[in-house]
Design a protein around this ligand. Structure first.
Ligand code: NAP
Length: 258
């Protein structure tokens, strides 16, 4: 028996980084998984591996969380045996660029706001239609320390994560009498594809972000999510702020010299 045997979890952004690691850890613990992302071919590869390694039961969905109608129809038309969702991990998200606002790209702003804020809302609303009647569930939102403190160039990304924090708090209050727990995980630096996306494929620039730092891994975050969702029913972990040991805030980072 795993910690999540008999539970069904839907994870957004499971094709890379934290979402992918969460899929691995949840599969190891016996969860049935609905894995979603835009890159279906990556999900297919991942689920093949998880079926082989853990005998996991998995449904893959190609889903762009920015697509309001697409999200609604994908969740509304889940096969009956996949509608009983116990855990939603709202992980899909991105940062784009580090420009100051005066030089910023409004298209990138739209993309971040549409994905990190509106996308999270669309998925949450659709899944709550299934979770609320059964009066049981757990929603885990991926915030960030960027949702607690700002940094130059972080502007709009920080604003989206501040919004995630506000949405998380409101949801927790709204769902108190529905027996649905709400948690936010707020990581510092996690080495994933995040910086590659932020710098639009510039791998060297992305690598420099983590130079001299033992950054967190997707698995560190996935194990933290597992801890939160496997507490007894009367326990809700509201918020976890987690950073590498060499990071104290968005501004204070100690880099080892070579
Ligand atoms: P990542 O490696 O780039 O993975 C991001 C995931 O989000 C991918 O699976 C991507 O899948 C998915 N995604 C992006 N846009 C999407 C969309 N429109 N629709 C559906 N899926 C979408 O980054 P990560 O570090 O794992 O980030 C995961 C979450 O953690 C994000 O919310 C991020 O803000 C947060 N976070 C990261 C860090 C960090 O340092 N890495 C720190 C704090 C918080 P597709 O491209 O296949 O759709």
């Amino acid at each position: 028996m795993g910690l999540l045997t008999g539970k069904t979890a839907l994870i957004t952004g499971a094709s890379a980084g934290i979402g992918l690691a969460t899929a691995e850890v949840f599969a190891r613990e016996g969860a049935r998984l609905i894995l979603t992302a835009r890159r279906l071919e990556r999900l297919d590869k991942l689920s093949q591996m998880l079926r082989n390694d853990h005998n996991a039961e998995i449904l893959n969905l190609r889903l762009d969380v920015k697509n309001k109608k697409g999200v609604e129809s994908a969740i509304d038309s889940l096969p009956a045996e996949w509608q009983n969702i116990d855990i939603l991990v709202n992980n899909a998200g991105l940062g784009l660029g580090l420009d100051h606002i005066k030089d910023g790209s409004p298209d990138d702003w739209d993309d971040m706001i549409d994905t990190n804020v509106k996308g999270l809302l669309y998925v949450t609303r659709a899944v709550l239609k299934l979770m609320t009647p059964k009066q049981n569930g757990h929603i885990v939102n991926l915030g960030s320390i960027a949702g607690i403190e700002v940094y130059p160039g972080g502007n709009v990304y920080c604003a989206t994560k501040f919004a995630v924090n506000a949405i998380t708090k409101a949801l927790r209050a709204e769902l108190l009498d529905k027996n649905i727990r709400v948690t936010t995980i707020d990581p510092g630096m996690v080495e994933t594809e995040f910086s590659i996306v932020r710098f639009k494929g510039d791998e060297q620039r992305a690598k420099n972000v983590y130079t001299g730092i033992d950054a967190l891994t997707g698995t560190d975050i996935a194990e933290t999510i597992l801890f939160c969702v496997s507490r007894p029913a009367h326990v809700n972990i509201n918020q976890v702020v987690i950073m590498p040991s060499q990071q104290a805030s968005t501004a204070y980072v100690h880099r080892k010299q070579k």
